[in-house]
Design a protein around this ligand. Sequence first.
Ligand code: ADP
Length: 278
Amino acid sequence: MRRMGHGLHRRVRIEPGKRADLAKIDADDTLGLERDEAEELVRERQERLEVLQGYLKWGAAQALVVLFQGMDAGGKDGAVRQLVAGLNPMIVNFVAFGKPTKEELAHDFLWRIRREVPERGEISLFNRSHYEDVLVVRVDELVPEPVWRPRFEVINTFEAELARQGTTVVKFMLHVSRDEQLERLAERATLPEKHWKHSADDMRKRGQWDAYMEAYEEAIKRTGTEVSPWYVVPADRKWVRNAVVLDTVVHTLEEMRLPTPTPPEDAAEELLNRPAGD
Ligand code: ADP
């Protein structure tokens, strides 16, 4: 059962230092999966995730950050929801990074990120991240290039330091096509139940598509490392996206070699032999 999934994580991993040619990566790819197979895989990985989360908590020596980037309507919220469905909400921290506040802007760009790094034994899910500081900041020219360009190095040092301390960072770029994005944005503009997600700014950013793709490609190339690789997920089909994300997160936790709890042999017996009412 655990073998199911054809190593999806391997298929979407960008080798460290390699360029991801986003125009050539098919956002509509099914990676050879059928929908029911993908949904079964998601359920199976969610179950495994719950077990691994328990091991992580029990070991209390390591931690995990899963971060999501992507164009608007790329499915960041949906991917997080699928992950949360497999996690104990008591020990998962969920953070969305929006436009920096005045206080955040008064600090270095990693300040607000550091505050959300999980404690040992826990998991944090980031909707957007420190990568906004080399993406939107670059495309909208919020700071000049001599300020944002050195951030690639700063990010690599930060993530390497986290890895040394036992905190693994998994990085997803949810890759949607322009057509699919337009369809989703149009639904947000027209359907009452989706209207709360509508933002006029999304259409403006859509007009900067090519500049964003260039910024993503460089960020992925400059910050993909052995300890913290990028995964570019075909995200036009939500069920493919979910299967890839769940498979990759479970794979990452398996690779962390979490210690397996070993209850003392007599613990169960002792509990069962306690007098009633204890
Ligand atoms: P989302 O689009 O993620 O659902 P919002 O509608 O609140 O959430 O959008 C958050 C906005 O904040 C995005 O437009 C994003 O580009 C912007 N943002 C995030 N981080 C930064 C940053 N460091 N500098 C400037 N803008 C940022």
